[in-house]
Design a protein around this ligand. Sequence first.
Ligand SMILES: [Zn+2]
Length: 396
Amino acid sequence: MCMNATDRRDFLKTAAAAGAAVVGVTALATPADAQAQEQSAGLGERIALTNVRVFDGDQVTSPRTVVMDAGRIGVSPLGARRVDCGGGVLLPGLTDAHIHLRDVNTLHALAGSGVTTGLDMASFPPSLVDSLRGLTGLTDIRSAGTPAVAPGSPQSQIPAFPADAVLTGPEQAVRFVRSRITEGSDYIKIIIDEPGLSLETVRAVTTAAHSAGRLVMAHATSTVTVVRALDAGVDMIHHVPMDNPLPASLAARYVSTGTVAVPTLTMMEGFGNLGIPGMDYAAAEGSVAALHRAGVRILAGTDSNLTPGIPVQPPYGTSLHHELELLVRAGLTNREALRATTSLPAQAFRLRDRGAVRIGNRADLVLVDGDPLADITATRAVRRVWIGGVEYTPTA
Ligand SMILES: [Zn+2]
């Protein structure tokens, strides 16, 4: 059931009266606009989730009713289909801030585990990414597309790897960024390895991306590459040093520059288990502890992938729950771990319509048994998932 334009105006009036933050449903000039918005909001019916306790970003509330209306968190339960949630806990849909898209099965695995937003950190060709965008009732994605890499790097040797993403110097940065934007990349990814792209090149790509209004993600797994990423002014650093725990002085630089960390401890753990010299999981965990002590914004990301040749392939969906547990083990509180997969990624990636159970937001919701504030493993007990107001149902 969809709202018509009149219903929608009533909804907005009610929401405004309630002092609610209504996001993304304000342009109602014409019926055509309203129709387009109904499509973008998904085709969810009006559903009232009753007897549900809500993680509000801080606490788990007493039992209440949450309304989903035309794909958004709504206000009025009038005429809604009621679903008794039996005192279960409702979380904002979870975000995995580091995945690699494979195919539509990726989205099913994520959705089934309550991951309603998947942030891809390198996939190509662009047609693959495009084919997975905006699918009703499935995980909503964003993608970096093709990352910038150095000549001779492992990525540059993948047979179909785009030649214009192998950068030999800073003068290629503007063209690289322009190509990615033309292809539809939502943000720009740079692989910083040692040896690898020079500081000048990383800085030039960062500047070009920022000029185009795009966020910059850096891959860095050692102390020296983290320094290069910080020197270049990237927005987020993915992974953490595994050679040594991050020194407090470097963690402080994340804070002073507003750099966000996506440690991907699940991936670091997998590499730690391979016994490669210089890849020590204890150092990775120590790096996260240092970031946490310094007050750095930390996001949950797993590096889930099915990329041929990658020796560690965390499973889509379920590994996000493992990541939350590893973050708690590294020093985050349960509340901080939940924020790391809900409100913080929404804020850091400028996805202003999600990350909280708030009127007007996308109705991306996960119902779990138990209280993850008391026991973080409770996020694993996913009972039901709604994406854009549409309940996820596994295909046969
Ligand atoms: Zn990755």
